[in-house]
Ligand binder design. Sequence first.
Ligand SMILES: *[C@@H]1O[C@H](CO)[C@@H](O)[C@H](O)[C@H]1NC(C)=O
Ligand SMILES: *[C@@H]1O[C@H](CO)[C@@H](O)[C@H](O)[C@H]1NC(C)=O
Ligand SMILES: *[C@@H]1O[C@H](CO)[C@@H](O)[C@H](O)[C@H]1NC(C)=O
Ligand SMILES: *[C@@H]1O[C@H](CO)[C@@H](O)[C@H](O)[C@H]1NC(C)=O
Length: 334
Amino acid sequence: MTMLRRRCLGIKIVVLSVITFTMLLFSYPFPDPKPLFKQASHLLDEPLPPDLCACPGHCVAELQGHPWFSERFNGSFFPLLTKENYKLSNDTFNWWQRLQTSHEANKFNQVMEELFTLFPGESLFQDEGPDRCRSCAVVGNSGNLKGSFYGRIIDSNDLVIRMNQAPTQGFEDDVGARTTHHLMYPESAINLGPNTSLVLIPYKTLDLQWLISAFTTGTVQQTYRRVMARIQANREKVLIYSPEFMKYAHDNWLDKHGRYPSTGFFSLMFALHICDEVSVFGYGADEQGNWHHYWENNHGGGLFRQTGVHGGDYEYNITVHLATINKIKMFSGS
Ligand SMILES: *[C@@H]1O[C@H](CO)[C@@H](O)[C@H](O)[C@H]1NC(C)=O
Ligand SMILES: *[C@@H]1O[C@H](CO)[C@@H](O)[C@H](O)[C@H]1NC(C)=O
Ligand SMILES: *[C@@H]1O[C@H](CO)[C@@H](O)[C@H](O)[C@H]1NC(C)=O
Ligand SMILES: *[C@@H]1O[C@H](CO)[C@@H](O)[C@H](O)[C@H]1NC(C)=O
């Protein structure tokens, strides 16, 4: 009897110890796999990639393991001019002055100073880090958006970037309704809602003078063609694309193909340098191979692709390649 009791007690103790041990084991805080990995990679002398953003999957700015991308992407270039930083290098200024015939050389600095008495010129977007996951939709103007029903996906992004004459009214199902940023130049300008940032792409000093005029006196009404004298847009939200960045896009990304990049390519580059996740809509031809705008019924083709000054095919190739290496997500439409 006592033997049996003792054995029972023994078994109880064993069972209890096993339970306690198991509980201890599972309640013990598991080491974060990262420090372990860090240790291991330290042993291999490979630095651990920093947490560039909070997006699941990966971050646009991640360079490690992306040699083609690393050769082109340079995070030290910023797409916008700011009050503190609008001086151009001589190289850039000379390149920029040659883009479009311009008769007001060297007024640039004077115009810039006036510009930033009117518009904020703040440093925006430079808050990248492990807590940020900024998703962006870049919406091109291709007819392949027609019948795509992308509207809801597009609107679900933090930023929605559109360009030139793009309307949303009447096309919401396919292109969405929100616009946070609208890239344009004087000859492609349209009025904008109060929540949208006008992002001016300046090709000449006169474009900057037009911007000032369009919000004040309305005196600049002609560039190489007639332009809007006044524009409806939120002055507090106006942004100006940087010529330094324009040259970087042309040199680093297009290998100087075409005279200068198209608005579509500038929009993509804008997103690539301020967002952590980029989705691209409305680029390329429709399923019949036509290049037309989604708001036009003209299926004649060749409408906005062969504009002469842009390396359209090369731009498209770069865009497709960015999608191939998962740096952007491309929605090819219908
Ligand atoms: C990025 O651009 C800056 C400014 O032009 C330059 O100094 C730097 O060397 C570039 N970095 C790379 C990796 O090319
Ligand atoms: C800047 O460019 C101008 C015009 O091409 C040239 O005359 C001048 O020597 C350049 N200055 C410097 C410092 O390179
Ligand atoms: C602008 O944003 C405000 C605040 O989010 C919103 O209430 C308003 O409807 C928006 N206006 C337009 C025209 O989208
Ligand atoms: C685009 O890429 C394809 C395949 O990678 C290549 O055959 C073609 O020559 C490229 N076109 C341009 C304009 O670079």
